[in-house]
Write a protein that binds this ligand. Structure first.
Ligand SMILES: [Fe+2]
Length: 298
């Protein structure tokens, strides 16, 4: 393969002239932002093509790959989010849009398994709804960056069952291991979920094939998803991770941040639960996650 540095001045000029022509084709776009984004996209795409001296066969493969991503995507399967996630693009967008602010809780990837119609529950409820897994008591507070409690914050939680699947990956329309609840008058919240377990992102499609081809694992570190919203606060999309999980160092979607790794304490079956719930001889775990929301305008 010829390196870009090795091409003739005439060839280089031809390639650069094409870039200018394409960039200028967007110059009359009435929307400034759209023009900026499209022209930058063209510059970076062409730079990539020239940098690796992309072959026609490779470009056709890329188009076939994206076509396959489209074909496997439906209401339950979102291959493009997986692609964005494994390329680190999702985390880069999170980084660009969620600058660190005071002691506000850090954000991480949204992922493809959110369901906006999660069941509404009271504090203290069991959100497993029959999903398999070890019960896990999760509690914490929602405050602003000054430490003031935020009452009525909307908290969405969702997680995989112990077999590594979210409810929407089953074909029976179940709603399980997800819920929506609101912080109480003191900003507190609590629920019974499941002790998070590691799971692979769906790898039976084009993204899985790509990971295999490059020798990467589809495994995600164990985690529990949160999305927290409150008036005049920046919406927080995040997870908490399990301290000690060996996958923390090689999460397939680059979502782990040190501040989001929490202690999930294991409890024997005969240990009293925080709310007196009888777990019928099962072991359980507990975790605390205090959520700090940044102001919306930062
Ligand atoms: Fe997840």
């Amino acid at each position: 393969m010829t390196a870009t540095a090795d091409i003739s001045a005439a060839q280089s000029a031809r390639e650069e002239e094409l870039i200018q022509t394409v960039v200028e084709s967007f110059s009359n776009a009435p929307d400034d932002r759209l023009r900026t984004v499209m022209q930058a996209l063209v510059r970076h795409l062409h730079a990539f093509i020239r940098d690796v001296r992309l072959t026609e066969e490779e470009w056709n493969s890329a188009i076939a790959f994206l076509t396959a991503c489209g074909h496997i995507t439906d209401d339950r399967r979102q291959e493009f989010i997986l692609l964005s996630d494994v390329l680190g693009a999702s985390m880069q967008v999170v980084a660009v849009n969620n600058e660190a602010y005071a002691n506000a809780t850090e954000a991480t990837v949204f992922g493809p398994f959110f369901d906006q119609d999660a069941p509404l529950v009271e504090n203290g409820a069991d959100i497993a709804f029959g999903a398999a897994g070890e019960p896990c008591w999760v509690e914490g507070t929602v405050t602003d960056t000054e430490g003031n409690p935020i009452a009525g914050a909307r908290i969405e939680v969702w997680e995989a069952d112990e077999d590594g699947f979210y409810d929407i990956q089953y074909s029976d329309d179940r709603k399980a291991a997800r819920a929506r609840l609101f912080s109480d008058e003191n900003g507190g919240y609590r629920f019974w979920g499941l002790t998070p377990t590691p799971y692979p992102i769906p790898y039976d499609g084009p993204v899985g094939k790509m990971l295999e081809a490059v020798g990467r694992s589809p495994m995600r570190a164990s985690h529990l998803h949160f999305m927290v919203t409150a008036p005049e606060k920046r919406t927080l999309v995040t997870h908490i991770f399990v301290r000690g999980d060996e996958l923390l160092e090689r999460d397939a979607v680059f979502g782990v941040k040190e501040s989001l790794i929490k202690d999930f304490v294991s409890h024997d079956a005969d240990e009293a639960t925080p709310d007196g719930r009888d777990l019928d001889g099962h072991t359980w775990s507990s975790a605390r996650f205090d959520i700090v929301l940044a102001p919306a305008d930062v």
